[in-house]
Write a protein that binds this ligand. Sequence first.
Ligand code: PGA
Length: 243
Amino acid sequence: MNIIIVKDYDEVSRKAADLIIEQIKQKPSSVLGLATGSTPVGTYKTLTNALKKKEVDFSDITTFNLDEYYPIDREHDQSYWYFMHTNLFHHINIREGRKNILNGKAEDVDQECKDYEAAIKKIGGIDLQLLGIGNNGHIAFNEPGSSFTSRTRLVDLDESTIQANSRFFSSKDKVPGKALSMGLGTIMEAKKIILLATSEKKAKAVRLSIEGPQSEDVPASVLQKHTNCTFIIDQAAASLLKK
Ligand code: PGA
């Protein structure tokens, strides 16, 4: 695991955007795995600005998002479809048909998940996967207890995740209790992984993921086994690291 510790949120965003731009320059047809949440918003803004300055071209990339609430309409202002379009896709020159997001209204959930896995496989896998991390150590919606070999599936959200995400909804009972999520096994097949974490709220999950034993109680600890994984974290999120 590579650990990059920078000063603050803005520096995390800059560094993450730089690595994504470098990836796209090396391989314009890169397949990117994308994340939602507060953490990557600054990265997406930085990428949008880079396009304006003609430092990057997104016209040949394909993206797969990690997860989506279930059930949720894509037009709902808290759907991850909506998040991705307002924070990134509306501002960059990605082509129609190249943005893959799990359907939060799929009638046949098992088929939706199988098709998603098949689409990732068909394109040759994910070149670069961007991740956030939950206060409880989750990555995507793989909550504590998720199998390290899990695949894309319907999951129940942890009470702590519902509580954390209720800040975006009018009330806690409006947070969907389930989601469709890539599995830990799916994520581990990405060729490169970048995990972003900022603020002291993430310090414990960061420490357990990097320095703790590998355990399904801390889903992000699966990343210790990945051969090309970089954590980009600010000083507050790094504050509990021993080494
Ligand atoms: P956050 O969420 O970026 O909003 O902190 C991260 C996550 O829950 O994975």
